[in-house]
Write a protein that binds this ligand. Structure first.
Ligand code: ZN
Length: 331
């Protein structure tokens, strides 16, 4: 099973001794997250993991997104954009509830009548429980940028002769509140999805892993690529994670710096085999089930890596980094 997630390796357990060291450090100096907020790059909303962004932060995020998107410039790519909420039914079909139940952000809404509305208002006034008439809608927050694409492609009928390449960008939601800057509840992914024969999808992923290394060099970020697994939930999760690693279905681009205890996964390169295509019946032009893969990047994580390693003022970043992101406009 290869469901894609922009995440750490599952083995990011910090033992008690390390924890004590971290807490000592926290007493001495503000966390990186606090520094980023103090610098005005991220804006606190009162909810851990949910932040506003400054113009400087957004400019960097947009340039990173353009840099990733440039890979598709000379290729037959279809650009698709979806809002940050998606069909609940598609998520129910996808297996996401089985694998990542704690991360899913479901959208609920008031569904009552006049009388239950009055009851809700009274409960709010009194600070009581007010959710009796608030129920799930047809929407969930999009957890992974590429999920909305698969049913859309399936509904079109067989893929074109050379398969399909799609450019995706979306805000994504993972309900995992955290004090760590890189673990946001709402963040953006820019990614490419390839649908075609196994050889086409694997060649796509190989090409992206090489391109991602060049991209990191261009940003003067010390990235390395390593085999990885998604953080599958529950007792069966470890088996799924081990299987994903053994089959080399997922690789991640890891950059040290943001978190002193572990490198941060800023990108992932996923081969789903026929998981999504069998689920939603995405077929090659000859009628055989296609294979799919996706290569995507967490834009905030790359931005935070740049701010962490090159400083909070982009005007003072290394020339190679500024040239890669802004070209002649900054150099
Ligand atoms: Zn994906």
């Amino acid at each position: 099973m290869s469901v894609h997630s922009e995440d750490y390796l599952a083995n990011d357990v910090v033992d008690a001794e390390e924890r004590a060291d971290i807490e000592d450090d926290e007493i001495d100096s503000p966390t990186f997250l606090q520094q980023v907020i103090d610098a005005g790059l991220l804006i606190s909303t009162g909810v851990d993991g949910l932040y506003g962004r400054s113009a400087t932060f957004e400019d960097v995020v947009e340039r990173i997104s353009d840099l990733i998107g440039a890979w598709g410039a000379d290729k037959p790519v279809e650009v698709l954009r979806f809002p940050p909420a998606m069909s609940r039914q598609v998520i129910e079909e996808s297996g996401y509830w089985a694998n990542f139940p704690t991360q899913l952000g479901s959208v609920f809404s008031f569904c009552g009548d006049d009388r239950s509305h009055q009851r809700l208002l009274k409960a709010l006034d009194k600070g009581d429980e007010w959710t009796d008439d608030v129920h799930p809608t047809r929407l969930v927050m999009t957890p992974v940028a590429c999920y909305p694409v698969y049913p859309v492609m399936a509904a079109r009928g067989h893929l074109p002769k050379d398969g399909k390449l799609v450019d995706i960008f979306s805000y994504c939601c993972r309900h995992e509140p955290s004090k760590e800057a890189e673990r946001m509840i709402m963040f953006r992914q820019r990614e490419f999805v390839r649908m075609g024969t196994p050889a086409q999808v694997q060649a796509f992923r190989d090409d992206w892993m090489e391109h991602a290394k060049r991209m990191m060099r261009g940003l003067a970020l010390p990235g390395t690529i390593a085999s990885a697994n998604d953080p599958f939930f529950g007792r069966g999760g470890k088996i799924l994670a081990d299987s994903q690693r053994q089959q080399h279905l997922k690789f991640e681009m890891l950059v040290p710096g943001i978190n002193p205890n572990k490198p941060t996964a800023v990108g992932s390169f996923n081969y789903h085999r026929d998981r999504f295509s069998s689920l939603w019946q995405i077929c090659l032009d000859n009628g055989e089930i296609a294979h799919t893969g996706c290569c995507g990047f967490g834009l905030e994580r790359i931005a935070l890596s740049l701010f962490r390693l090159h400083g909070f003022n982009p005007a003072k970043w290394p020339a190679i980094t500024r040239n890669t992101l802004w070209g002649s406009r900054h150099v």
